[in-house]
Design a protein around this ligand. Structure first.
Ligand SMILES: Cc1cc2nc3c(=O)[nH]c(=O)nc-3n(C[C@H](O)[C@H](O)[C@H](O)COP(=O)(O)O)c2cc1C
Length: 171
């Protein structure tokens, strides 16, 4: 069984996680915009995506490649400010077709955001978002930034890859 990791990242944390998973599993890692990124060459796929403004940014690529992704996509990791929970589940469900999502294990990883590195316009949007966000912790993070990137949190993904590979070998 040969597998691969396909990711979409805007500010680098999803790419960092994808590379860590690639190093730990030996699977090749592709940015979805990479010209060599061909999901049909692989038996199983790990999809990784940043979550920006309540949606996974990989969704357009998924829609465009849905036929090739069906039957191959086994694990989804999302990277967001929000931690795992119903809110994140709703955003993920609104991003990807149920037919694909229902066949994947979802692992929610947490990313980073440094407002100082954002362009002025986006910084203002985050500031306004923080003012109207009823969740006080999320509001604080939108204003001041956060960094939850943690290599050890890929562990559940490594376990899933191991389980998946051993069950495929025995079948
Ligand atoms: C403009 C912007 C919008 C964001 N929107 C959300 C959001 O709706 N929900 C959330 O949980 N995190 C949100 N985040 C946090 C990102 O998910 C986090 O920064 C993540 O690490 C980005 O992944 P990347 O570094 O791979 O691009 C947002 C961050 C930015 C900069």
């Amino acid at each position: 069984m040969n597998g691969a990791i396909f990711f979409s990242s805007r500010y680098g944390s999803t790419e960092q996680y994808a590379n860590w998973i690639g190093e730990a599993t030996g699977l090749p890692v592709f940015h979805v915009d990479d010209a060599n990124a061909d999901p049909t060459k692989y038996d199983f796929l790990i999809l990784g995506s940043a979550l920006i403004f309540f949606r996974l940014i990989i969704r357009k690529w998924v829609k465009a490649n849905l036929t090739d992704l069906k039957g191959r996509s086994k694990i989804l990791f999302s990277v967001s400010g929000a931690g795992p929970g119903p809110k994140l589940d709703r955003w993920v469900a609104a991003s990807l077709p149920e037919s694909l999502l229902s066949k994947m294990d979802h692992v929610a990883l947490r990313g980073r955001m440094d407002p100082k590195k954002l362009p002025w316009g986006l910084r203002q949007i985050m500031r306004i978002g923080a003012l109207i966000n009823p969740d006080s912790q999320a509001s604080k993070e939108e204003r001041g930034g956060f960094d939850y990137v943690d290599k050890s949190t890929i562990e559940p993904i490594l376990k899933l890859v191991e389980q998946f590979q051993s069950s495929e070998m025995s079948s």
